[in-house]
Design a protein around this ligand. Structure first.
Ligand SMILES: [Zn+2]
Length: 193
């Protein structure tokens, strides 16, 4: 059973004595047995466990359904890719949470996955089921926005449904966006500053 206090707390402020409550997240204990806040936020008491923690004020805001996400592919599973969110609607996101997208749009006819770790992708939030951000990359403006050459790390361009290195000539299939390229990514960076 949790109870949240609405009054804002500053770092260093006394929030309880150790006889009353044990300090949880974002708190510290001083030598005189006082539990103090280590963050700006509000007090949350767990009355059953007799603990108190501080819920930080600038808790990360989760994206909403319909928001456009730009992120980097961090892990690839058999049917899903996990994406670290970098921008939400062209605004820089510092919360560092991840979203998942179905791999289905990213497989070509031979059923090869066509995303790679490190790809910068753009997608749209379709659901927040189970507190997980789900993305779609099915439409033409979604998919891989930019990536570096998997062989040499060089600059790449889109050639039909592949990404081709302009330095070594290596190419790979990808689900690319209609505006794929370094310039599209640069625009996201500029807008997000
Ligand atoms: Zn290359």
């Amino acid at each position: 059973m949790e109870r949240q206090d609405t009054q804002p707390i500053l770092p260093g402020e006394q929030i309880a004595s150790i006889e009353e409550f044990e300090g949880g997240k974002n708190t510290y204990l001083t030598s005189d047995g006082t539990v103090r806040s280590a963050a700006v936020g509000t007090k949350v008491y767990d009355l059953k466990r007799r603990t108190v923690k501080i819920e930080p004020k600038n808790a990360p805001t989760l994206p909403k359904v319909g928001d456009i996400i730009v992120g980097v592919v961090e892990m690839i599973f058999s049917s899903m890719v996990s994406v670290k969110v970098l921008y939400i609607n062209d605004k820089k996101s510092v919360s560092g949470f991840s979203a998942i997208a179905s791999m289905r749009v990213g497989r070509d006819r031979r059923d090869r996955p066509i995303f790679r770790t490190g790809d910068i992708i753009r997608g749209r939030v379709t659901s927040l089921l189970n507190n997980t951000v789900h993305l779609t990359m099915a439409e033409k403006e979604f998919g891989v926005l930019y990536t570096l050459c998997f062989m040499c790390g060089g600059d790449t361009v889109r050639v039909n449904d592949t990404v081709k290195c302009i330095e070594c000539g290596a190419w790979e299939p990808r689900k690319v966006t209609h505006d794929y390229g370094r310039e599209a990514l640069r625009q996201v960076y500029r807008a997000g500053k």
